[in-house]
Design a protein around this ligand. Structure first.
Ligand SMILES: [Zn+2]
Length: 170
């Protein structure tokens, strides 16, 4: 088998980020299942941006709407009891995009374990913070709660990506 990108025959089938793919040892191009390759490239793109793997798909999906700028993406860490959160600004002065995002979050909330909400904070201009609600005082939130929140991130990313392709988002 030859690499479709550079023509090299030095291609190996291996596990790439949990997906069995063909990887060219010369140019690094990947071949195999398109969806798996897209996920691998997303992970790598997210890492280049400094996003944790857990929040990378959601952060990239949000940015792909081209009206939000990520200020901070926290993937969450059960050991330090840090909940995942996505802080962002709106780059277009148009609340309709927040409305659309809220609608997507509402749809995702039917499938997530926790309820996710968007908080507003004033830092020179308005900063939006997407975060889970734990329904208990911060002192009682444990690593298992954080793990549940981290698992929800995938659902949120899937929902947002799906919605962004629909007419009501554009
Ligand atoms: Zn190649």
């Amino acid at each position: 088998m030859a690499c479709e990108t550079c023509g090299s025959h030095n291609v190996t089938r291996r596990d790439v980020e949990g997906h069995l793919l063909f990887e060219c040892n010369l140019c690094g191009a990947l071949e195999g299942d398109d969806q798996a390759i897209a996920r691998v490239y997303d992970l790598r793109r997210g890492r280049e941006r400094g996003f944790d793997d857990a929040i990378s798909p959601l952060a990239l999906a949000l940015e792909s709407a081209e009206v939000f700028r990520i200020v901070q993406a926290t993937g969450g860490d059960p050991q330090s009891n840090e909940a995942p959160a996505l802080m962002f600004r709106l780059t277009k002065n148009d609340n309709a995009y927040i409305e659309r995002l809220l609608r997507s979050i509402e749809l995702a909330n039917r499938k997530t374990r926790l309820r996710w909400l968007i908080e507003l904070s004033l830092q020179n201009s308005i900063v939006y913070i997407l975060r889970p609600r734990f329904w208990r005082p911060p002192s009682e939130i444990g690593p298992e709660d954080i793990e549940v929140a981290i698992k929800d991130l995938r659902q949120l990313a899937t929902q947002l990506r799906r919605d962004l392709a629909l007419s009501w988002w554009r």
